[in-house]
Design a protein around this ligand. Structure first.
Ligand SMILES: [Zn+2]
Length: 117
C-alpha cells in the first residue's frame, strides 16, 4: 500500500470525509474529460485557491459542488490550509511548494480514481 492509499484509508474512517462521493454530473465529467484533464484542473484549482500563503477566504474557498475536484478536496482534506496542516502536516502561513502541490494533486486524483473504481 502506498502512503497516499494509507492516508486515504485514514480519511475514509472520518464520517465527515466518508460522505463524499462522485455522482451524476461530477462522475460524468471525469469519464468525459479523462484523468489527464482532471489532473490539470486539480493543479490549477489548487494553485489558485489553496497554494498561496494566505488564500482568499481560507476555510471556505472550496465549494461543495460544481467540479469533481471540489468534492475530492473535501474527501481528502485538501480543501483549505487548516485541513492540509491537520491531515497532511503541511504548515499554514506560507505558499505551498511545488512538491506539496504535486502531492495534493496526487492525493486528489488517487481519491477520484478509487471512488470511481
Ligand atoms: Zn478544509
Amino acid at each position: 500500500m502506498t502512503d497516499i492509499d494509507a492516508k486515504l484509508e485514514a480519511l475514509a474512517r472520518q464520517p465527515f470525509r466518508a460522505r463524499f462521493h462522485l455522482r451524476g454530473r461530477d462522475a460524468a465529467t471525469v469519464e468525459l474529460r479523462g484523468m489527464d484533464v482532471i489532473r490539470a484542473h486539480a493543479a490549477d484549482l489548487l494553485a489558485k485557491r489553496v497554494a498561496p500563503a494566505e488564500p482568499h477566504n481560507d476555510g471556505k474557498q472550496t465549494p461543495y459542488r460544481g467540479h469533481p475536484v471540489f468534492v475530492a478536496q473535501h474527501a481528502t482534506a485538501t480543501c483549505c490550509r487548516t485541513c492540509l496542516e491537520r491531515w497532511h502536516g503541511i504548515q499554514k502561513g506560507r505558499e505551498l511548494t511545488a512538491a506539496e502541490q504535486e502531492y495534493a494533486v496526487d492525493v486528489i486524483c488517487r481519491w477520484i480514481e478509487t471512488d470511481l473504481g
